[in-house]
Every structure is written in C-alpha cells, then in structure tokens.
Design a protein around this ligand. Structure first.
Ligand SMILES: N[C@@H](CCC(=O)N[C@@H](CS)C(=O)NCC(=O)O)C(=O)O
Length: 201
C-alpha cells in the first residue's frame, strides 16, 4: 500500500505535507477530506484520526499520523530536509513549534477569517493577532539576517513549514514590506527543487 494523505489541497497545513512529499519524490495517494464540509468530523474519519483534523497521513501498515509538524519530521527523517546533528534537529523542532504557536495561531487564523468573511465576528481577536503575528514576522526577519535559510544554511522542513502561511500573510492583513530578509527568503523557498505554489493562494 502506498502512503495516503487525507485533506484538501487549499489547506496550508495539508500543503506543507504535500510539498514535502513532492520535494522528496515520495509517491502518495491524496484522499479528499473536506474540512469545509465537516468531513473531518465524520465517524469513519475519526476512526482513522481521533484528533479530527486534516492533514493526516496513513502509512503503509495502516498507522495514521496527524499534526503537520509531526508528519514533516516523520517524512524528512534521514534526508537533508531534517537535521544532520542533534543540535540541528533541535533547532528545526524549535522553528516547527514557533510556527504552530505563532504563525499558524496568529497569521493562518487571521487569513482564514478574512477569506471566510468572518472578520467582523472576530474583530477584537484579529486586532490582537495582527500585533502578535507582526511580532513573529519581525523575529523571523531578524533571525534571517545574513542567512539563506533558518537552520544549517540549507532548505529544511523548518523553512517549508514557516514559509507556508508567512508568504501569504498579506492575505491576512499583515504587511511584509518592513521585512526584507523575510521577503528574500520567501523567494529562495519558491526556487527550491520541485516547488509548487499553494493552491488558491
Ligand atoms: N496543528 C494542526 C492544525 C490542523 C488544522 O488546523 N487543520 C484544519 C484545516 S487547515 C482543520 O482540520 N480544520 C477543521 C477543524 O478543526 O474542524 C496541524 O498543523 O496539522
């Protein structure tokens, strides 16, 4: 059995996994689970992934892995896209946690609300997210000064994960103009082998 990726192409979290699978040349089957239609809460999906979200990756032996960051680490193990040393691996995990707790939380959520026409209902949270998300972008820009990529001066899953919602942050009302290192890094990620753009972005 080949790997099965459950999700929808326009989900940034699913895109992270799909981009890595393509960049590593790993064959997989995409299985549509449309979270916009609540398909991720159906009993048959929950039986596979009790966490009830997309993406999820079903392995050859039927084991189902959830959480995009965990899936990236699983797939990238023993490839140049993960850390080659104990310290590199820890640095990559640091950025994956940062992505989940700041970029996904403040930027992806705000972008989703704006695109789903839910800005008014979430106005006070959006105001806070714009401030906290901009601070996260500032930190990333600062850490990229004089560097090509976040860890080990090569493209890794830290870059792939951070890139996904950062490069479309303007669709969430964030301004990337004050962050030239971040903008240059986005261009570098787009030039990596077998890159393809986030569908619908
Ligand atoms: N931390 C999770 C977040 C996954 C997530 O938020 N998935 C969204 C789609 S992008 C989802 O399943 N939303 C529907 C729901 O939570 O009911 C990850 O990185 O995989």
């Amino acid at each position: 059995m080949t790997l099965r990726l459950y999700g929808i192409p326009i989900s940034g979290n699913c895109y992270k996994v799909e981009l890595l699978l393509k960049q590593l040349g790993i064959p997989y089957e995409a299985v549509l689970v449309n979270s916009r239609e609540g398909e991720n809460r159906r009993p048959e999906y929950l039986a596979k992934n009790p966490l009830g979200q997309i993406p999820a990756l079903e392995l050859e032996d039927g084991t189902v892995l959830a959480e995009s960051a965990a899936i990236l680490v699983y797939l990238a193990e023993n490839t140049p896209m993960y850390g080659q040393t104990q310290l590199e691996r820890a640095e990559i995990l640091k950025w994956l946690f940062f992505e989940q707790t700041r970029i996904a939380r403040y930027i992806a959520t705000t972008r989703f609300w704006l695109r789903a026409g839910q800005a008014e209902a979430n106005a006070s949270l959006i105001k806070q997210n714009l401030q906290l998300g901009t601070e996260a972008l500032r930190i990333m820009d600062h850490c990229l000064a004089g560097k090509t990529f976040f860890v080990g001066e090569r493209y890794t899953i830290a870059d792939l994960a951070l890139f996904t919602y950062t490069h479309v942050a303007e669709q969430g009302g964030f301004d990337l103009k004050p962050f030239p290192n971040l903008q240059a890094w986005c261009q570098r990620v787009k030039q990596t082998d077998r890159f393809f753009p986030l569908p619908g972005a």
